[in-house]
Write a protein that binds this ligand. Structure first.
Ligand SMILES: [Zn+2]
Ligand SMILES: [Zn+2]
Length: 63
């Protein structure tokens, strides 16, 4: 039985801004991976990257 195959482990996504940080979050708008230091807008019950947070904040203000 060859239980141990030489397979590449799937790479965990890294933060778009910090290549050494594991991306534990994903922007709910653009879907790009970011670390927790980079996500914004958690007060809306969703997480957004800095770019999308600006757009979403404007959008939510209009509601
Ligand atoms: Zn985004
Ligand atoms: Zn980051």
């Amino acid at each position: 039985m060859h239980k141990f195959e030489h397979k590449e482990k799937p790479q965990k996504p890294k933060c778009r801004n910090h290549s050494d940080q594991e991306a534990t979050y994903r922007c709910d708008n653009c879907g790009k991976p970011y670390c927790k230091r980079c996500v914004k807008g958690q007060g809306y019950g969703r997480v957004f990257c800095a770019e999308c947070e600006v757009l979403v904040a404007d959008f939510l203000d209009l509601i």
